[in-house]
Design a protein around this ligand. Structure first.
Ligand SMILES: [Zn+2]
Length: 501
């Protein structure tokens, strides 16, 4: 027997589970029958094996056909059982095997284009999303376990997987690497990269504004079909007139998606600032559905409504079916905001580190045409609020300490996983009529407010509702913290200052 040869029941189980995965890949991942021996040999090569036990053909795992998580789990357990790997290697080996069984990027891209020609851009995106779930790049199983509920006009999700960044600098650093290969976590060179377990990552090329970009789904998305659109070049984030054109190009091709961009400022969102990218996906978020407080029109643009949203953050929505109109009006507002100062409201466009006012645009298509929401952001600090005047204020840190980026500014809050146990501890104490437990002593503000709302009731159903309501209320107030204009009249005054009537 050679060094790489094996035999025995455990080894046969490994071979059977490999065959089950290969059959799955033929059924769901576009693996050609002609490539099955090749695929099996790639899997053997992973373990430096040069023999194969009794494969099975038909007998096993009929019940888990089609369930890739179950098949992969069986495969990994069989690999460990046969002494081929340790549990520590499970993530990396799983990624490697699924990478082997997934189509080459070029093959998927051709299928995408074909489907788009036959059935349209949205059908192609839905198909591509399903593919990325089936090849395990998107961790759908884990996403479906994240709690999500509406409350007080916003949507709350609790992300059980993503680590919490309490420090804003760390959040920014966590997403970038100092040079090296690939230059950062979203560079195109990550496609299939073993160094970050991205062997299953697949991307779709895009042309935005005449330049090369690409789309990829997020493995731990925050909402339905959440993905990012990334510049093919590793070039810094920026928001200008060109950005509006890029967003328009995208929604023209994928009208069921929104696409938006984080403000190009540090400490706003945990976003990768070193590499230009947008975020979007298949869901309209609460801000997109927000009503209008007042409608104005910019001089010279009588057919393009400029709406001040009835929303806790400061958002101006420009509506038009003309690309030209929506771009001109949005750009006028962008430029005016970038240079706006108002000491009475603590708004300074320039700070010690340079410009500190920017906006986050987000675009959808509706029966009214294009709707470009412009979220006004400012990064100024004060001695009282050294982490940011228009950022989450410290009294809300127990619920959310991370910077508020594009997704949250649009009313979808992603809260840290620790809240699951903290909120259930809070609920138990309220039902028991006990004081605030020491373990969650930080939650005194929330505890006091819930006690007042309950008016003496300790009924479990009511307590549960009151806790969810309180979390929504806190998130809504956090959006209020980020508002540069605390009252809509102030937003109106700003708009009138730049020629809106
Ligand atoms: Zn990059």
């Amino acid at each position: 027997m050679g060094a790489g040869e094996r035999s025995g029941d455990e080894f046969n189980e490994f071979c059977r589970s490999s065959d089950a995965l290969i059959r799955y890949a033929c059924a769901y991942l576009d693996l050609d029958q002609a490539d099955t021996d090749w695929a099996r040999n790639q899997i053997l090569a992973l373990f430096s094996l040069d023999s194969y036990g009794s494969g099975d053909g038909t007998a096993t795992t009929a019940s888990s056909e089609g369930d890739v998580d179950a098949l992969l789990d069986s495969f990994l357990r069989a690999s460990a059982g046969a002494g081929l790997m340790t549990q520590d290697d499970a993530t990396s080996i799983g990624d490697a095997v699924m990478g082997i069984l997934s189509s080459r990027p070029s093959h998927l891209q051709r299928r995408f284009v074909q489907m788009e020609e036959d059935q349209g851009g949205m059908a192609a995106m839905h198909w591509f999303y399903d593919y990325c779930v089936r090849n395990t790049y998107i961790k759908k199983d884990q996403l479906d376990r994240n709690p999500r509920f509406p409350s007080r006009g916003v949507e709350i999700t609790i992300n059980l997987v993503k680590p919490e960044f309490k420090n804003m600098k760390k959040a920014a650093a966590g997403n970038s690497t100092a040079g090296g290969y690939p230059k950062c976590t979203i560079c195109h060179e990550n496609e299939g990269f073993a160094g970050r377990d991205k062997r299953t990552l697949r991307t779709i090329p895009m042309i935005l504004g005449g330049h090369k970009w690409f789309w990829q789904f997020s493995p731990y998305g925050y909402f339905h079909e959440h993905g990012i659109c990334v510049n093919a070049e590793h070039t810094p984030m920026h928001v200008d007139r060109e950005t509006f054109g890029n967003l328009l190009d995208f929604v023209d091709r994928f009208p069921g998606y929104f696409l938006g961009c984080n403000a190009a400022l540090p400490r706003i969102g945990g976003s990768v600032l070193v590499h230009d990218h947008y975020q979007g996906g298949g869901e309209h978020l609460p801000m997109h559905r927000a009503g209008t407080w007042r409608t104005l029109h910019l001089d010279g643009h009588p057919d393009t409504p400029v709406e001040i949203l009835d929303w806790p953050g400061t958002v101006i929505r420009v509506v038009s079916s003309s690309r030209q109109e929506i771009t001109e009006v949005s750009e006028a507002i962008r430029q005016a905001w970038a240079g706006y100062d108002n000491p009475d409201l603590n708004i300074a466009s320039q700070g010690p580190e340079g410009p500190q006012s920017a906006l986050s645009p987000s675009l959808i298509r509706t029966d009214r045409g294009y709707e470009m929401s412009l979220i006004l952001r400012n990064n100024g600090t004060s001695p009282e609020l050294p982490d940011g005047i228009f950022h989450v204020h410290p009294e809300f840190y127990p619920v959310k300490q991370e910077p508020i980026g594009l997704i949250e500014a649009q009313g979808l809050f992603v809260l840290p996983g620790r809240l699951v146990s903290e909120l259930s501890c809070l609920e138990e104490a309220l039902v028991a009529g006990a004081g605030l437990p020491q373990r969650i002593a930080d939650f005194s503000l929330e505890y006091d407010e819930i006690i007042r709302a309950l008016r003496g009731s300790r009924e479990p159903g009511k307590v549960h509702t009151a806790v969810l309501d309180e979390i929504g209320s806190v998130c809504s107030r956090i959006l209020g913290n980020t508002a540069v204009f605390k009252r809509p009249e102030q937003t109106e005054e700003f708009l009138r200052g730049l020629g809106c009537r």
